[in-house]
Design a protein around this ligand. Structure first.
Ligand SMILES: C[S@@+](CC[C@H](N)C(=O)[O-])C[C@H]1O[C@@H](n2cnc3c(N)ncnc32)[C@H](O)[C@@H]1O
Length: 218
């Protein structure tokens, strides 16, 4: 049970999704067999869609894991697109590097090792798309840095924002996750209430929030 949408709906939507790449199939299988958390199928499709529509030239990702979502975005991006992805777990970095090499994305995807917040502070280039998928309990802390690094027309896509439904319903909250839930609520309030931002929260996968700057010329 996702705690977010009806099981029958989730199953139906998942069944409609067909991978058009054996690379993704292979990586999904590896992730499943090794219990590596990667984006859900619906979220993967959403990322493909957003990259195809937005056509970002520079992408920043928080949370590389085995490189699945970075490779997926790269596959759907233009040939000039580069991705910077941040990961703190050296073991994951080893797998991601191997995948990036194996599937031919070494000139497109660069991994930065370290804690997201620390690495974010060292960056000063601008990004067209920022994908937040690491440190669920710290999105609210990452936000100011991500906004600093976001291009004028850029978008931030944050995954897991409804966190198995707990963010929207106290009855679903398990004790040891309470801090994550509180901080995620804080993140959603920040991006929803800031009059300079427009945010749409989508109850899909584990919950996705898409944020962009409001056009102040309006
Ligand atoms: C959900 S996984 C990322 C999945 C990946 N985006 C994908 O779909 O293929 C989250 C990753 O972020 C890393 N991580 C968690 N907190 C982090 C932090 N504060 N700084 C850097 N990496 C972090 C974890 O080690 C893990 O590999």
């Amino acid at each position: 049970m996702s705690g977010i949408t009806f099981d029958y709906m989730e199953q139906y939507l998942k069944n409609l999704i067909i991978n058009d790449s054996t690379v993704l199939d292979e990586m999904e299988l590896f992730a499943k067999e090794n219990c590596v958390p990667i984006v859900q199928k619906e979220t993967a499709k959403f990322l493909q869609f957003m990259v195809s529509v937005k056509k970002p030239i520079k992408i920043l990702e928080l949370g590389t894991a085995i490189g699945y979502s970075a490779i997926l975005m790269s596959m759907n991006a233009s040939k000039d697109t580069s991705i910077v992805t941040i990961e703190r777990d050296p073991n994951m970095i080893k797998y991601a590097e191997a995948n990036i090499k194996k599937y031919g994305y070494t000139d497109k995807i660069a991994i930065k090792e370290g804690e997201c917040l620390e690495v974010l502070k060292t960056l000063d280039e601008k990004f067209d798309l920022i994908f937040m998928d690491a440190g669920k309990g710290h999105y609210n802390h990452f936000l100011p840095e991500c906004l600093r690094l976001l291009n004028k027309d850029g978008i931030i896509i944050a995954d897991n924002v409804l966190f198995r439904g707990m963010v929207a319903n106290d009855e679903l909250v398990v004790r040891r996750k309470i801090t994550i839930v509180k901080r995620m609520r804080k993140y959603l309030e920040l991006v929803s209430k800031d009059k300079n931002l427009i945010t749409s929260i989508i109850p899909m996968g584990d919950g996705i929030a898409v944020t962009t700057r409001r056009n102040l010329d309006e």
